[in-house]
Write a new protein. Structure first.
Lengths: 110, 114
């Protein structure tokens, strides 16, 4: 079945550091790929998405590129802020439902 | 548009009791999903509806769990004879039936079984 593997956290960075959170997937067909973010005490929010190979999703300075050849969708940001501290979930969807990774906690210190 | 609403936000119950959660999706969304999230894990799919039809159920949804969406609007998730292992956050999400299945999630209902 479909699955998503994310790097384990927590990822601890200083403000303005470069961020990469790795995500790889296993799926049949051609899934759409997503990053969701969960801030403390809040619900899951869509951060960005990509629907086909080589698409780049971007939002709020975050980017991720759909790499079919490596089955990856790594999340990057050039300069993180304290307000980016949250749990980040990589997910994929085939026809109807989302399959999530376990999540990666990001902690950014001033 | 008030987003996806879930009620109650937190429920504490004793083992063996029944609990029911309600979800009000975004009004123009005809798909509604239930997920369960435990500490340190990603959300796990439970079931989804297209309008009032329940189209898919995960094997995680044991016989003690039942979900309904009687008029294709709000949905309820009932857990009978709760067990301590049912303690989790129950998430509801909705989406339109077209597009890339972008789900909008509610804030969740946290269940604690004592």
């Amino acid at each position: 079945g479909d699955s998503v593997t994310q790097m384990e956290g927590p990822v601890t960075l200083s403000e303005e550091a470069f961020l990469t959170i790795n995500c790889t997937y296993t799926a049949t067909g051609y899934p759409s790929l997503f990053w969701y973010v969960q801030y403390p005490g809040e619900g899951l929010q869509l951060l960005l998405k990509a629907t086909k190979a080589d698409d780049k999703g971007s939002n709020k300075g975050f980017e991720a590129t759909y790499r079919k050849e490596t089955t990856s969708f790594h999340l990057e940001k050039g300069s993180v802020q304290v307000s980016d501290s949250a749990v980040y979930f990589c997910a994929l969807t085939g026809y109807s439902t989302l399959t999530f990774g376990k999540g990666t906690m990001l902690l950014v210190s001033p | 548009d008030t987003g996806v609403s879930q009620d109650p936000r937190h429920k504490i119950t004793k083992r063996g009791q029944n609990v029911t959660f309600r979800c009000d999706p975004i009004s123009e969304h005809n798909r509604l999903y239930w997920y369960r999230q435990t500490l340190g894990q990603g959300p796990e799919f439970l079931t989804y509806f297209q309008n009032e039809a329940q189209l898919e159920k995960s094997r995680l949804l044991s016989d003690r769990f039942s979900a309904e969406r009687p008029k294709g609007s709000f949905s309820t998730l009932e857990i009978q004879r709760t067990e301590q292992g049912d303690s989790a956050m129950y998430l509801c999400a909705s989406s339109p039936s077209s597009g890339a299945n972008v789900l909008t999630f509610g804030a969740g209902s946290r269940l604690t079984v004592l």
